[in-house]
Design a protein around this ligand. Structure first.
Ligand code: HEC
Ligand code: HEC
Length: 467
């Protein structure tokens, strides 16, 4: 596998996890709750569903039970389901065993507000039907058969044939002033100047159009314009979805953005473009500057994991982090939504939960780190990065556990246990500062920023585009 223990360049970014409320949202956030918390009493498979309500089909959830509609799309205030989940009315509280977490109730509210998208047509087949497609069968499935050269005519010919059949003629060629404007907007993202339009319109050179396209493809704006599309695929953003105090923005995200722009302008082959973004740190003879490509993974969301939460809750955050990597990678590069296999085998593709967790394993053994863009001894770099990260975590945790009321009973003992390690690492850090000032300075900027700049001095330490 390409990626293993990737150390990712200094940046990273969090896509707002604000997911669109669509049928994917239903599959990931609504259906699992209905299945695990409600079907036992509200399924069409029961002889007598409770309250006459079935929740395992779109029809059932909308129709409701004895009281009337349980979900009215777009109107969270009207159906009985949200009222039941909210536990605001003692006469109807669901599930009866206790209120679901506030985030889950909020998901239902958002889902209903967005029109309650629900792909279930009729009553669902039993879960046993969720057996995936075997890999051998997948090899011959149309979507996974490699492309082959076809002896069929090109797209233009298909279009012409249809036009002729309908007695239509193609549109006439555009006039040169419109053409030059379109070429500019399409390739460079802005309109040409008056002089550019006029010089193109008055040109008698038969190759003027080809020359225009070549010039635009060679312009730096070409990369800026088209990088935006790739950055959307890479869910690029410079800030974090949660609170700024615990998850500050990534000050070096722009380095990844610039790399994508440069890569397009350098016209590097697509395979190279993808490989560098996934594994530049594991590829031979990669220029230091190309480590910026790892921002594809480094810009991924990292949920804040408050040490006072239970291991189970923190574990849930970690699996959400990994899920994002799998989702971004498979949607972005493979054109497949593999992330559904987090909970069950895919029905129509050869994708199993086993494959999903194999891929998750790659990201679970990966960590984000800030790396300098000049050459340094790799042993020293690795050690320094580790000390820096560990110091941050220790200071943060000790501060948290001593300054705020803690829900962890053993916090005092933990702090006592961490103190000697903290002191040893602080001594080591001092040595690094004396012996490798360039390395320390280059990465210090990052840490200064992430600790939320407050003073004028802090701001002077920022990379220029953030100051
Ligand atoms: C242990 C059984 C049980 C579970 C689990 C359960 N319910 Fe109910 N539900 C009932 C019973 C019983 C009623 C009938 C009303 C009553 O007696 O309170 C009911 C009624 C309802 C009603 C009102 C229906 C009507 O029109 O009369 C709604 C809405 C509802 N449940 C939603 C849910 C949702 C959503 C879940 C899952 C989060 C859920 N229930 C889980 C037992 C259950
Ligand atoms: C968080 C866990 C989870 C995720 C993620 C998830 N599902 Fe599901 N899915 C379930 C559970 C649980 C069931 C069984 C519920 C039931 O019996 O209706 C289910 C059932 C289904 C079914 C009904 C299958 C049948 O035979 O009854 C389909 C279709 C489905 N999921 C599609 C998807 C798709 C597509 C995605 C990704 C966009 C997805 N699921 C993501 C948990 C999940």
């Amino acid at each position: 596998m390409l990626l293993r223990s990737l150390l990712i360049l200094g940046l990273a970014i969090l896509r707002g996890l604000a997911q669109n409320v669509d049928t994917d949202f239903f599959e990931a956030r609504i259906r699992p709750v209905l299945a695990s918390k409600c079907y036992q009493c509200h399924s069409s498979k029961l002889k007598a569903p409770m309250g006459g309500l079935t929740l395992d089909s779109r029809e059932g959830i909308r129709k409701g039970g004895a009281l009337g509609p349980s979900v009215v799309p777009g109107r969270p205030g009207e159906g009985h389901l949200l009222r039941a989940l909210s536990y605001t009315d003692h006469r109807l509280q669901m599930p009866p065993t206790g209120k679901l977490p506030a985030e889950v109730v909020a998901d239902f509210r958002r889902w209903i507000e967005a029109g309650a998208p629900d792909p279930r047509t009729a009553t669902q087949a039993p879960t046993a039907a969720l057996k995936g497609m075997p890999i051998e069968q997948g090899r011959t499935w149309w979507a996974f058969v490699p492309f082959q050269k076809q002896s069929r005519p090109g797209i233009d010919e298909f279009i012409t044939t249809k036009l002729q059949a309908k007695g239509l003629a193609p549109s006439p060629p555009e006039d040169p002033r419109t053409l030059v404007r379109r070429a500019y907007v399409d390739l460079a993202g802005f309109k040409p100047s008056y002089e550019e339009v006029e010089s193109f319109a008055s040109s008698t050179d038969p190759h003027a159009y080809a020359a225009l396209i070549d010039r635009l493809l060679a312009s730096p704006q070409y990369g800026e314009r088209w990088a935006r599309h790739w950055l959307d695929v890479a869910r690029f953003g410079e800030d974090n979805p949660t609170s700024e105090a615990t998850n500050p923005p990534y000050p070096f995200a722009w380095r990844y953005r610039d790399w994508v722009i440069e890569a397009l302008n350098r016209d590097i082959p697509y395979d190279q473009f993808i490989k560098l973004q996934l594994a530049a740190d594991h590829m031979p003879a990669v220029a230091r500057g190309d480590l910026r490509a790892l921002g594809y993974l480094g810009t991924a969301p990292i949920y804040h994991k408050d040490q006072r939460l239970s291991a189970e809750v923190i574990g849930g955050f970690m699996t959400d982090d990994w899920d994002d990597r799998v989702d971004a990678l498979t949607r972005g590069v493979l054109g497949l939504t593999v992330a559904c296999a987090r909970c069950h085998d895919h029905k129509f593709d050869p994708l199993s939960t086993k494959d999903y967790y194999a891929l998750v394993g790659v990201f679970a053994s990966t960590m984000r780190a800030e790396r300098p863009l000049f050459d340094v001894d790799p042993g020293l770099e690795a050690r320094y990065m580790w000390v820096q990260r560990r110091l941050f975590d220790l200071r943060y945790s000790i501060n948290l556990m001593t300054s705020e009321a803690s829900t962890v009973v053993s916090s005092k003992e933990l702090v006592a246990k961490w103190k000697p390690e903290l002191e040893a690492l602080e001594r080591e850090m001092k040595e690094h500062q004396e012996r490798h000032p360039q390395l320390v300075r280059s990465l210090e900027k990052y840490w200064t920023f992430t600790r939320a700049p407050r003073t004028a001095q802090d701001r002077r330490n920022l990379p220029p585009n953030l100051a």
